[in-house]
Design a protein around this ligand. Structure first.
Ligand SMILES: [Zn+2]
Length: 322
């Protein structure tokens, strides 16, 4: 008897492990489909976070255009539907019964088929941040402005999330967790949309520190360092002999340069230069992020007109978000 029990336990463990592998693979296929379409449309995929209820692909520039967003969003559920339908058709072909829907059929093709269809259906719930919510938002955005579309989609998501919690408390604790996840995600989308519309009017020229001061690349690093010590936090655009933008230098860069170095040899030459009518969000913010520094030069018609400092941008972001 004891032996039989051990045998049964082992097979339960095996089946559970196999089920987890299937779940993981199904969610991964769904997320990879989002990522592949996103990359094909020229978006950068930063990371894929796998959750048991489906993954979350962190895609940069998700707000590029409604058409792009809906195509990326629908790619995941379409992949899940495709896998689900193929598995069920194969199951039918080998004579398995596929109806009614079940996740505990003895035939694994039937299980995997319904799991993927469930994954598609669940992700298509029209609540941000689910795929269905993104599709809804992009549909709304085609008929109005993106900010309003997000507010409507996020509002609907909050209502659905509350509904899930109410129903979940009565029937299934898992639904309560999903409801909380949906409400938190919708709140995040709503705040992002509010900040975005507040920032839409802000340009680099509004926030930059207007200053035409530049330093020639041939000046010694030590000389610039002793000058910059009087102006904590300041950075100076560096220009070449033709007065063209060459790079940017802050105290950190010039004070650590070996003796005899020029400003040109130790300044940050990879830092991009901004223009006054460039949008602060997201363009300038992305430039700061890519350059990994807190100061960027601003140039108009080939002339340096100022420096934009990241703390100024952060303060403007905070004001817009409050
Ligand atoms: Zn998805």
């Amino acid at each position: 008897m004891a032996y039989t029990t051990r045998g049964a336990t082992a097979s339960v463990v095996e089946a559970t492990a196999l089920w987890l592998v299937v779940l993981f693979a199904s969610v991964t296929a769904h997320e990879l489909s989002h990522s592949v379409v996103a990359m094909r449309l020229g978006l950068k995929v930063r990371d894929i976070v796998l959750l048991p209820i489906g993954g979350v692909s962190e895609i940069e520039g998700m707000d590029t255009s409604p058409q792009v967003e809906s195509r990326v969003a629908i790619a995941g559920p379409l992949m899940s539907v495709a896998i689900g339908v193929i598995c069920l058709v194969l199951a039918l072909a080998v004579g398995s019964s596929v109806w009614p829907p079940t996740l505990s059929a003895s035939d694994w093709l039937v299980r995997i088929g319904w799991l993927n269809l469930a994954l598609a259906a669940f992700n298509l719930i029209p609540a941000l941040p689910m795929d269905g919510g993104r599709v809804l938002r992009s549909l709304l955005a085609r008929f109005g402005d993106a900010g309003r579309a997000t507010r409507v989609a996020a509002g609907l998501a909050a209502v659905l999330g509350i509904g899930m919690i109410v129903v979940g408390v009565k029937y299934d604790i898992f639904l309560v967790l999903i409801g909380a996840f949906v409400i938190a995600g919708a709140g995040q989308e709503w705040r992002t949309a509010r900040v975005r519309s507040a920032l839409q009017a802000l340009h680099v020229g509004n926030l930059m520190y207007p200053d035409h001061t530049t330093v020639p690349a041939s000046v010694s690093a030590a000389e610039l360092a002793s000058w910059l010590r009087h102006f904590p936090g300041r950075a100076i655009p560096v220009v070449d002999e033709g007065n063209r933008y060459f790079g940017i230098a802050s105290l950190g860069e010039v004070s650590t340069a070996p003796p005899g170095y020029t400003v040109g040899s130790c300044c940050d030459r990879r830092a991009p230069v901004l223009v006054p009518d460039m949008a602060v969000y997201p363009t300038a913010l992305q430039a700061f992020n890519n350059a990994q520094r807190h100061e960027l030069a601003v140039s108009a018609n080939g002339q340096i007109v100022g420096v934009l400092y990241l703390p100024t941008v952060s303060q403007a972001l905070a004001r817009a978000a409050s």
